[in-house]
Design a protein around this ligand. Structure first.
Ligand SMILES: Cc1cc2nc3c(=O)[nH]c(=O)nc-3n(C[C@H](O)[C@H](O)[C@H](O)COP(=O)(O)OP(=O)(O)OC[C@H]3O[C@@H](n4cnc5c(N)ncnc54)[C@H](O)[C@@H]3O)c2cc1C
Length: 395
């Protein structure tokens, strides 16, 4: 592995930066300023599509550019640094498209993949995995999808479904074999469903900031054609494990709070710490040096994981390590920012003149607990590293 980009990669990085500097100022979008991948703009996604930058790593036969994961990492890093609104195609490109390419039926490939690549209308997805009693232990799901004739009949409940209120489709994990003696690992399947299908109720859950991001989704005798099954019946669990590696290896886990990093760096560099508190100034520099070190380590880990994928290596353990490290870095970044700003870091409100950095810090700090949970809690990721990576025995 080289620790620098080669000539082509560097040229690609420059091309991405120039594109973003030119296009972003004119794009109108629903800006979610605190979640760098959350801003939604079909207009911007279409501009990316015109550059063939959606599906960058996908095979050419499915409309992709068949480029490497290091290129994808370069693109993602710049998109986040520039706070580009990629929310319109983000989930479809990162998880749904690759899953359809790997496990989908031919009609699913023909229908969905070109629409994803071109950022067409009505193709947004949400993930319907977690349930009230099944999060880390996903095998414990109770939602059932039972085949009756040519249809699956779905009953049950999902929770923490990000963006389900805005999505067109749900990507569902449900038990297709209701026999309770069979572990969920061997009894569950993946399928997609149109969220307007009768029998689906989506209810908002407000997060700690009072924002509507999550939902509960209820299924009451929801009937969908069996053609929406993805992959093989009762093999959904195996499929999801493969999908999660790609979710965990993304650089967004490291950089979704990069604005906090930049503001903190400027604050310490410009000497904005009160002169009467030299101890704080000293501590802040020391703490920021650690943050800077961790950012660089995290970035290397993300690029290394991408390089491993490009070189055909298995990344389960590396991707888990990457996500565990990067999401804890974001915790620490927000912790240091609140300590450096002191009591004023509690003042909320973008428009509030007394709120430092336009109220950025309390927002990011309150979101922090979620970073180490979504996409797999830190303890679970450490278990993966211990068992799959270090081959340690189960406790
Ligand atoms: C911001 C955000 C967005 C999300 N979006 C979605 C979404 O779109 N779709 C979706 O389906 N889900 C989503 N989730 C849910 C997420 O996948 C779950 O929160 C996660 O899997 C953990 O499950 P849980 O919340 O039930 O916690 P639990 O599994 O109950 O875990 C609670 C605590 O116990 C620890 N723990 C559990 N089991 C073990 C073990 N075996 N060993 C050691 N420690 C353990 C965990 O690490 C954690 O600290 C989202 C969550 C967040 C925070």
């Amino acid at each position: 592995m080289k620790f620098t980009l080669n000539k082509e990669q560097e040229a690609f990085r420059q091309e991405v930066i120039e594109f973003l500097e030119k296009e972003l100022p004119s794009v109108t979008y629903d800006l979610d300023r605190y979640h760098m991948v959350g801003g939604i703009s079909q207009e911007f996604s279409r501009k990316m599509a015109a550059k063939n930058w959606i599906g960058l790593t996908w095979p050419k036969e499915f409309g992709g550019s068949e480029r490497g994961y290091v290129d994808k990492m370069i693109l993602s890093e710049q998109l986040i640094r520039h706070r580009a609104p990629t929310g319109y195609h983000f989930v479809a490109e990162r998880q749904i498209g690759p899953a359809i390419i790997k496990f989908g039926q031919q009609w699913q490939k023909d229908y969905f993949l070109p629409r994803f690549i071109n950022a067409e209308d009505n193709i947004s997805f949400c993930l319907l995995f977690s349930e009230p009693d099944a999060g880390s232990d996903l095998a414990a799901i109770k939602t059932t999808a039972i085949l009756e004739g040519d249809s699956y009949v779905i009953n049950g409940q999902k929770v923490w479904s990000s963006g389900a209120h805005q999505a067109d489709y749900g990507w569902l994990l449900a038990r297709t074999n209701p026999d309770p003696s069979l572990p969920g690992h061997f009894a569950s399947s993946e399928m997609m469903l149109d969220l307007k299908t009768p029998g689906i109720t989506i209810r908002p859950i407000l997060n700690i900031m009072g924002e509507h991001h999550f939902n509960e989704v209820f299924f009451d005798n929801v009937r969908i054609d069996k053609k929406y099954l993805v992959g093989k019946e009762n093999e959904g669990f195996k499929q999801i494990v493969a999908q999660l590696d790609y979710e965990r290896a993304g650089i967004e886990r490291l950089m979704q709070n990069h604005l906090v990093y930049e503001r903190l760096k400027g604050h310490i560099r410009d000497g904005d710490i009160p002169a009467h508190d030299p101890g704080l100034a000293y501590w802040a520099k020391d703490a920021f040096a650690r943050i800077e070190t961790e950012l660089n380590i995290g970035r290397m880990m993300c690029y290394h994981t991408a390089w491993m994928i490009d070189n055909g290596k298995r990344v389960s353990s590396q991707a888990a390590l990457c996500k565990a490290f990067c999401s804890q870095y974001e915790h620490r970044l927000n912790d240091v920012a609140t300590r450096v700003l002191g009591a004023s870091s509690l003042i909320m409100g973008e428009e509030n003149p007394y709120a430092p950095w336009e109220g950025l810090v309390p927002q990011s700090y309150l979101h922090s607990p979620s970073y180490t949970l979504q996409g797999g809690a830190v303890e679970i990721l450490k278990n993966i590293v211990a068992q799959r990576g270090l081959k340690l025995p189960r406790a």
